[in-house]
Design a protein around this ligand. Structure first.
Ligand SMILES: [Zn+2]
Ligand SMILES: [Zn+2]
Length: 333
C-alpha cells in the first residue's frame, strides 16, 4: 500500500515536471512529491533544461544543491511559472507588476484550468476592483514591509509573510469561504466624545467603536459589517455593557452616558434605536450624531478607553474571504 502511494507520488512529480519549460522559474513545495520532482528536474537539467528553482524548505534546498540545480531565493523572484505541490495539481504563481482586467484574468484562468493547473496571481499593486468583483479568484496583492520582507494580503483582512502564504496555499490550507464567523472574544476601543443636548443643553457622552472586530480565522471585520439585530454596532448589548462598565470603573472621567433605546424621530417620522439625552430623553438624530462623530473620527480624539467583550453568540456573516485559521477550524464548510 505504502509502495503504491510512493509510486503515485513519483508519477505526480513526473506529470508536474512536464509543465516545465526553458527559462521558467519553478517553485517547489515541501513533501515527497516535491522531493521526486526535484530528482526529475535534476535529470532534465543534465539534459540541458535551463530553469531556476525556488525552494520553500531547507530539505528541498539541500537536495537541489546536491544535484547542482541552480536555486534562487524567494525574495529575488518576480514570477514563478510552475509550482509543484504534494500529490495535487501544480500551481502556477504569477507575480504581476501591471494591473490586469477581470476579463483577462478569467481568460488566463480558464487556460490554466484546461491544463489542470491551479493559477494564483500575486499583484504588486492593490487590486480592489478585481477582488470586489470576484472575491473567489485567487488574486492577491503583495506589499513590502519596512524591513523589505514581502507580505501577501488576503483581501484587506489579513496579511501573511510570502513564504508562509506560498507554503500554506500549496498545502491547500488557505481556502475561499463565502461566510465569516465572528470570534467570541473581541477587544474593543471605545472613543467617548461630548455632545450637548440640542434641547436642554445637558452634556452627554456618546461613543463609537474605533477598531475592527475579528473572525475566528483572524480576519478583520469592520464594525459596520458586523451588524446583527441592530443598526449600529455601538448598540450591541455587549458594547453598551462595556461602556457602562468603563463609566462605573473610571469615576474620575465623569462620563455622563447618553441613553440608548428605541425612540421616535419626528424629523423622519420613524422609530429607531438611538442615543438620547440622559436628562430630558430627547432623541439625538443620526445626522446630528454623525456631524459630531466625524470630527472625532478624523481629528484628535477626546478620550479612548479599551476593554474586552465576549459576544453572546457567534454569528456567521455573509462576507466572502480567503480563510486561513491557525486551528484548522474554517469559518464555514
Ligand atoms: Zn436634554
Ligand atoms: Zn475565515
Amino acid at each position: 500500500m505504502k509502495e503504491h502511494l510512493e509510486m503515485e507520488k513519483q508519477l505526480a512529480a513526473k506529470e508536474a515536471v512536464k509543465f516545465i519549460k526553458d527559462n521558467q522559474t519553478v517553485g517547489l513545495g515541501t513533501g515527497s512529491t516535491a522531493y521526486y520532482a526535484i530528482v526529475e528536474i535534476g535529470k532534465l537539467i543534465n539534459r540541458g533544461l535551463k530553469i531556476k528553482v525556488v525552494p520553500t524548505s531547507t530539505k528541498i534546498s539541500n537536495l537541489a544543491k546536491s544535484l547542482n540545480i541552480p536555486l534562487i531565493d524567494i525574495k529575488e523572484v518576480t514570477s514563478i511559472d510552475v509550482f509543484v505541490r504534494d500529490l495535487e495539481t501544480p500551481i502556477a504563481f504569477e507575480i504581476q507588476l501591471s494591473p490586469q482586467s477581470l476579463a483577462k484574468t478569467l481568460v488566463r484562468q480558464s487556460k490554466y484550468i484546461r491544463d489542470c493547473v491551479t493559477a494564483c496571481w500575486l499583484f504588486e499593486n492593490p487590486v480592489p476592483k478585481l477582488i470586489n468583483e470576484r472575491p473567489d479568484l485567487p488574486v492577491f496583492y503583495v506589499d513590502e514591509a519596512a524591513d523589505s520582507s514581502l507580505h501577501v494580503n488576503l483581501g484587506t483582512r489579513r496579511k501573511l509573510p510570502i513564504r508562509s502564504f506560498l507554503e500554506n496555499f500549496i498545502a491547500g490550507r488557505i481556502q475561499f469561504k463565502e461566510e465569516i464567523q465572528t470570534s467570541v472574544k473581541q477587544s474593543v476601543d471605545l472613543v467617548f466624545y461630548e455632545m450637548q443636548c440640542w434641547k436642554c443643553k445637558e452634556t452627554n457622552h456618546l461613543y463609537f467603536i474605533d477598531n475592527p472586530f475579528y473572525s475566528s480565522c483572524g480576519a478583520k471585520i469592520i464594525p459596520d459589517e458586523a451588524l446583527w439585530d441592530s443598526s449600529s454596532a455601538e448598540y450591541f448589548p455587549e458594547i453598551v455593557e462595556l461602556a457602562k462598565k468603563i463609566a462605573a470603573d473610571r469615576k474620575d472621567l465623569n462620563l455622563r452616558l447618553a441613553t440608548i433605546k428605541e425612540r421616535h424621530s419626528y424629523t423622519v417620522d420613524q422609530s429607531y434605536t438611538s442615543f438620547g439625552c440622559l436628562k430630558c430623553d430627547s432623541i439625538f438624530g443620526d445626522f446630528y450624531v454623525m456631524q459630531t462623530k466625524i470630527d472625532q473620527i478624523y481629528g484628535p480624539k477626546d478620550l479612548m478607553c479599551s476593554g474586552k467583550i465576549e459576544l453572546n453568540k457567534i454569528k456567521n456573516l455573509p462576507i466572502p474571504h480567503w480563510c486561513f485559521p491557525d486551528d484548522k477550524k474554517y469559518c464555514c464548510k
